[in-house]
Design a protein around this ligand. Structure first.
Ligand SMILES: [Zn+2]
Ligand SMILES: [Zn+2]
Length: 93
């Protein structure tokens, strides 16, 4: 089962909440957190073998995938330290 994560920047107040992470009943595809340097955003997107992984906002095909347990991330908009909060009690499948 997957969980949800929130990203919050301490600098510019940019935030993305309720980002799905992990996988559902099947092991694939998986939702992974990404940072997109093309549209300067943080989000989550489906990753599947044989499929191109795309930014869920601008569909750019080279988002930077993040570790599932990432907790610190430079804000893609202002480069200030941002925090990723994982809400393990909020699950989806
Ligand atoms: Zn920021
Ligand atoms: Zn993008």
């Amino acid at each position: 089962m997957g969980h949800f994560a929130d990203f919050r920047c301490r600098g510019c107040r940019y935030e993305e909440v309720d980002l799905g992470v992990g996988h559902g009943r099947k092991p694939t595809p998986v939702l992974k957190l990404f940072r997109c340097d093309h549209c300067h955003s943080v989000g989550s997107t489906w990753v599947q073998e044989g499929r191109v992984t795309r930014c869920s906002f601008c569909y750019h095909d080279e988002p930077v995938l993040l570790a599932d347990d990432v907790t610190a991330l430079a804000c893609p908009k202002c480069q200030a330290p941002g925090v990723v909060t994982h809400r393990r009690d909020a699950t989806w499948e």
